[in-house]
Design a protein around this ligand. Sequence first.
Ligand SMILES: Nc1nc2c(c(=O)[nH]1)N[C@H]1C(S)=C(S)[C@@H](COP(=O)(O)O)O[C@H]1N2
Ligand SMILES: [Mo]
Length: 557
Amino acid sequence: MPIATDDPTPGCATRVDARPAVLCGLLGVAAALAVGDLVAGVLSPASSPVLAVGGQFIRLTPEWLKALAIATFGVYDKLALLLGMAVVLVLVAAAAGLGSRRSAAPGALVVVLLGLVAVASATAAPAFSPVDLLAPLAALVAGLAVWLGLHRLAMRRAAAAATVGGSGASSHDGPGRDDGGDDAPSVTEQPTVHRKGPVGTLGATRRRFLLGVVGAAAGAAAAAAVGRWLAVTGGADASRAAVGALPDVPGPLADLAGADFAAQGTPTWLTPTNAFYRIDTALQVPQLTTRDYALRIHGLVDRQLRLSYDDLRSRRLVEAPITMTCVSNEVGGALISNAVFLGVPLTDLLAEVGVRPEAQQIASTSVDGFTTGTPIAAVTDGRAAMLAVAMNGEPLPVEHGFPVRMVVPGLYGFVSGCKWLTDMELTTFDEFTSYWQQRGWAAQAPVKTQSRIDVPRSGGSVLAGRTTLAGVAWAQHTGVARVEVRADGGAWQDAELARDVSIDTWRMWRTDVDLSPGAHRLQVRATDRGGDTQVATPSLTIPDGATGWHTVDVTAI
Ligand SMILES: Nc1nc2c(c(=O)[nH]1)N[C@H]1C(S)=C(S)[C@@H](COP(=O)(O)O)O[C@H]1N2
Ligand SMILES: [Mo]
């Protein structure tokens, strides 16, 4: 039997070609992920290996990387993470295949290690329950089975090819040689067609390998599709659609005329729900139904309370416009939106359970394990803190926390806006450290007074002469008293403010400035009703929100 010149090991001549080896690796990993998704889809969507590992990655991400990801990808940070994981997995799978051309062992080890990473990630998830182990374990077993099965077929094919190797059907890689798409007829057309036996065997082993590849690919695709479908039809959309008419509560919003300068380029005063910014750690939106929903309020209280969705809905509901802001919003950033929320006043519920005097904060937990810590003092000073069930006249969108979330005007979302809220524990600051606090962010985080220039855009050009500046300012729960702009470090000039609808919302402004031809630097600053002007010194978003004046460079032509 001819031994390949680049293969000095007699007796180990069987070597899977590079392409089938890579295919085995890719399909082994694909089958693992698909079966993991399928089992997760049936049992517990969050236990999908990809989501579990991605979730663990997010939890372990250092602050600088998280900031970089948000700065680079914005609200597409999760998509970027999933794409990054896909690239890494493809590379690992291909390398596992290439490293296993003589023996299935290295690839098997890689599959087992990946499986163990998924098991460990699932275990580390904050909302872990033992059933969450089944998806990664099923993935491990399926991945291993497909890998070993395909690798065996590939070895047989390689062995058969080696047998007819002298006839030109060698198993070596080389330019122009097609390892993947070949089939029996092309082999029989070769000059060595008289060597029926081995060539026939080669054809059969190739067919079997091909069948295995197609079968594994089809099976993985089907399992993945069913798993995805199960995960996204977890019932939340249907449950949301089934929420009946929302009560018509008297609100302050009969007339919003004059509340914005949208015609001049500011956002509309109310943010359309589909444009409302979204920030959370959930790689896959948690699927809760109103039927399964339960909220526990406990801890430092006189009476524990367990509420169903209907229990909540049957309580007194209030409506309030609230501008929500993310602490990760850079000066001039877009992580701020305004909506009308409908919900149960938090103070009603706190009165119902009877808060003990030693309680300092509300530890809220989402169904996915995410937590916030909300200072009690901030929610009992009369502001419209609530457990919201609706936003802009519709049940909360699933990605904004359906069926119930907390909203507190004047506090950044990470200390107040717990979505998919299922547990509230009255506790002390010492006893409880929230998700982001564990990662270096503050325990107390009132929204800082800020302002933003929306028109003109930085880097843009404007016509020289009189030009319009417009934007928004916010000082939640204090109210914006004044907005000033200046050009090129000159004198501050007052901007015109839009109608004041509520101190808990942002306020639009506009003004005209005279700009001579050339480069100009425009700045804005807001002053709240307490007389405090927003801090000039730039600071990072961590630990409790960015400061500094939004500055926009434009060219007047
Ligand atoms: N369950 C859950 N709730 C969460 C978060 C999260 O990651 N998970 N992020 C918080 C943060 S940081 C912000 S700014 C707000 C954003 O709410 P939105 O996505 O509805 O705009 O949700 C808060 N509530
Ligand atoms: Mo946030």
